[in-house]
Design a protein around this ligand. Structure first.
Ligand SMILES: N=CN[C@@H](CCC(=O)O)C(=O)O
Ligand SMILES: [Zn+2]
Length: 415
């Protein structure tokens, strides 16, 4: 194995691969990986590693797949720290705050919006995020949503259309007719405008946002165009979000703070239903739960019921202004009662499953081949996160500490 650009990272004290073939929670002790181009080409015990042209000694540090952040809202302008401060003084979160960001985002010029997006993506990368999904949803006109989707497609691995975030004020002012006209727009011309840039459609199914019937319409329109779906559901109270996601075969339902037994059973059932190609992931957003002072999503209960979960940051200016996946993982361990291995897996492979990126996709039309994410395995994209720690447990054992030592994304060292 001597082709130029081949790199051996060796003397990895503990490597989390997420590859179930490896014993001990898919971890290998005293491990090494070989990266060639944008892929892993060899993974195993350091003593058996092939010799290659470049070699990096990891000094016994722990390594894991880069974080796969499957839920963010990074295309926006403006600041909502005053709303946050009021919330910490006792005010409840309400969907209406989204419109403050919509106004600031519409007012920003494209270069500024792109600068802000790039800054946020680099910030996420600096703490080990190597793959991320981001959503539109702060434009809410055809032109503003198209602009957000187009910009996002330059920097995110997956882009999701969230025209159904809230009904914007100019439509809300027209009452029921304005609402209906806005839904016509979201499921028609707006969806057509963003379609070249997005792989999925999302809807905020909640009081103050979209009803069950309205949300179902959005999900049907996505399916008619062959797009995958996600649902923001059960965030502020019990509701139909999970049920809708299950009925419509969504890749994930996100937030899931308020679940009854029927919701949990329905999600688990999607993974045992032979009529389905795959099930619906429950994506938990611990930083958002804390920042809105909502109960933490029942991640332990979901896992015990057999529901695959993802942990994501939900980075956005309203409910979760952080892209730190390490913070989310530490919270999931310390407060949601996950083991370290479960939390790390949910923030890497879990995110990849929520985005349908745990498997490789062949090239289609203009879209190049998309390699597997969230695992350290031969053929997967070479996304690797080296910690300044001997074990991944330090992510929760030393919460809040800057543990990112080095990061490779698609074979390129970025940190
Ligand atoms: N819940 C809906 N959307 C975002 C919040 C958006 C905002 O408040 O700006 C979320 O996922 O929490
Ligand atoms: Zn969100």
């Amino acid at each position: 194995m001597t082709s130029p650009g081949t790199l051996l990272v060796t003397n990895i004290g503990e490597l989390t691969t997420n590859d179930d073939e490896h014993r001990d929670g898919a971890r290998i002790a005293d491990a090494a990986v070989v990266i060639e181009g944008d892929r892993f080409v060899w993974v195993g015990e350091a003593s058996a590693a092939p010799s290659v042209d470049q070699r990096l000694d990891a000094g016994g540090r722990a390594a894991l797949p880069g974080w796969v952040d499957a839920h963010t809202h990074l295309v926006y302008a403006g600041d909502r720290s005053a709303e946050f401060e009021a919330r910490m003084a006792g005010q409840a979160y309400a969907a209406g705050g989204i419109n403050v960001t919509v106004a600031a985002t519409r007012a920003a010029d494209e270069a500024e919006l792109e600068r802000l997006l790039v800054q946020r993506v680099s910030e996420a990368q600096a703490s080990g995020t190597t793959a991320l999904e981001t959503k539109t949803g702060y434009g809410l006109t055809v032109a503003d949503e198209e602009r957000a989707a187009r910009l996002a497609a330059r920097y995110a691995d997956e882009v999701t259309f969230l025209g159904a975030h809230v009904v914007p004020p100019e439509a809300e002012a027209e009452g029921a007719a304005g609402r209906a006209a806005y839904l016509d727009l979201v499921t028609g011309p707006m969806l057509d405008a963003v379609a070249p840039h997005v792989s999925a459609v999302d809807v905020f199914c909640e009081k103050g946002a979209f009803s069950e019937q309205e949300s179902a319409r959005v999900l049907r329109a996505a399916a008619e165009r062959g797009l995958a779906t996600h649902v923001h559901g059960n965030q502020l109270g019990y509701g139909p979000g999970v049920r809708l996601a299950v009925e419509h075969g969504s890749l994930s339902v996100d937030h899931v703070g308020f679940l009854d037994d029927g919701d949990v059973d329905a999600l688990a059932g999607t993974w045992h239903d032979p009529a389905r190609e795959r099930g619906t992931v429950a994506t938990v957003l611990p930083a958002c739960d804390l920042s809105t002072r909502m109960p933490l999503a029942p991640a332990r209960r979901l896992l015990d019921a057999g529901v695959p979960i993802a942990i994501a940051s939900n980075a956005n200016p309203g409910t979760s202004n952080t892209s730190s996946m390490a913070f989310c993982v530490a919270t999931a361990v310390l407060q949601m009662r996950l083991t370290v291995a479960e939390a790390v897996r949910a923030a890497t492979l879990g995110g990849a499953i929520a985005l349908d990126r745990h498997r490789a996709h062949p090239a289609v039309g203009d879209r190049p081949e998309r390699p597997r994410l969230g695992v350290v395995a031969v053929g997967a994209r070479a996304d690797l996160h080296l910690l300044d720690a001997p074990s991944a447990s330090h992510l929760a054992y030393r919460p809040g500490m800057p543990l990112t030592h080095a990061v490779w994304r698609a074979g390129r060292r970025v940190v």
